[in-house]
Design a protein. Structure first.
Length: 384
């Protein structure tokens, strides 16, 4: 009777119980770094449906297959990537207003000014061979500064936070002690930052969240800390990898550089169609955040048991589709999508305008050791 009520409730909410599949759908079992099994699924139609399927939970309490994943302290784990409605709905509403298109567009002058400042400093950072690594000098800095401005984090602290976040993301071969130290450093830093803003509120998102915690009881202490961590970490990491991969492709391909230059010449900016194509091709996200079905789910001829770990293969799906799912779909759609789009377009526009003849240096480039992201460790460029 309980299962029937659940099915009826899902149908009344407009949730289809049938997962669509087509010739592009691929389902396979893989082994994760923690030695547990997972179902990896790709294919645009299927993945788009599953991203919005509320039978797939983000809460690890619904895992029965031994999934461990990234071990975060409780103070960082009460975030949107480990929540389902109604908690997810309640917390997301608190930050949604900060990421509207209008508010994001207001950041454009700040992002463009930061790009020009960093690009002007690049020649000074070149080594004896005239090569500069664009990741620490440019692609990592732009997203971290933008999200730091929005949240009210001192610009001089963003480099440390970016380094800690990168350590957490390199899950495939990461030193567990290094991961633990990075998590502790984040908790200590954010605790002190929140205390400082509680004493001296400012016109920024963290101060707004503190007010929601203290005056409206809308957040617990752990939720406040976890949400701040997620906004800073996710707001930086994915956008930085997208920009890094796109610049790498542009410096490697004269045709791509010419296509982007043509758009700038014609419109004075990167047009929306080209921007979305770049995101589809060069987004660094391998998988969406893991999900756990709360009931057995049939995907084509495959039945995935409740409690299994499901990974939706975003990068592979994008590579075989005409549209992308880089920002997700449904209630977990990336809240910072408009900011990521803005950062990518402005950074490419300013880079090409400043260094139209830049090229990739003739040096070996390795990929980051991660099952979550696809991005190089370095991006050596000759500015010419």
């Amino acid at each position: 009777m309980g299962e029937r009520c659940t099915v009826l409730a899902n149908l009344e909410a407009g949730q289809s119980m049938t997962v669509p599949v087509d010739s592009d759908t691929r389902i396979r079992q893989i082994t994760l770094p923690d030695a547990t099994a997972a179902w990896e699924i790709s294919g645009y139609t299927t993945v788009r449906h599953l991203l919005a399927d509320q039978r797939l939970s983000l809460n690890r309490k619904n895992s029965t297959a031994g999934y461990q994943g990234l071990s975060l302290p409780p103070a960082l784990d009460a975030n949107l990537l480990n929540m389902d409605p109604p908690e997810h709905t309640r917390i997301r509403k608190l930050v949604a207003a900060a990421f509207t298109a209008r508010r994001t567009e207001a950041l454009e002058p700040h992002v463009r000014s930061a790009c020009r400042e960093l690009l002007a400093e690049l020649p000074v950072q070149a080594d004896a061979d005239g090569v500069v690594d664009l990741i620490p000098a440019f692609t990592n800095v732009i997203p971290s500064r933008a999200i730091a401005d929005l949240l009210g984090v001192p610009a001089e602290d963003s480099a440390d936070f970016s380094r800690w976040t990168t350590t957490l993301a390199n899950d495939a071969t990461a030193d567990r002690e290094a991961v633990k130290q990075a998590a502790v450093a984040i908790v200590v830093y954010l605790t002190e930052l929140i205390a400082a803003k509680r004493s001296h509120p400012q016109d920024d998102l963290i101060s707004d969240l503190i007010a929601a915690r203290d005056h409206h009881d809308a957040l617990t202490d752990d939720e406040l800390l976890s949400l701040t961590f997620l906004l800073l970490g996710a707001g930086y990491e994915n956008a930085a990898n997208l920009l890094t991969n796109t610049l790498h492709a542009m410096l490697s391909s004269a045709d791509l550089a010419a296509e982007i230059t043509e758009s700038l010449t014609r419109r004075g900016k990167i047009d929306d169609r080209l921007r979305e194509t770049l995101i589809r091709r060069y987004d660094g996200l391998k998988h969406a955040i893991r999900r756990f079905p709360t009931t057995d789910i049939a995907v084509g001829d495959t039945t995935i048991p409740a409690g299994s770990t499901i990974l939706l293969a975003i990068r592979e799906t994008n590579a075989r589709a005409h549209h992308h799912l880089s920002f997700g779909h449904g209630i977990h759609f990336c809240i910072g999508a408009s900011l990521a789009r803005l950062e990518l377009a402005i950074a490419l526009e300013e880079f090409l305008s400043t260094y139209p003849r830049a090229r990739l240096a003739d040096r070996e480039i390795s990929l980051r050791p991660s099952t979550r992201v696809h991005a190089p460790n370095t991006l050596p460029a000759v500015l010419v």
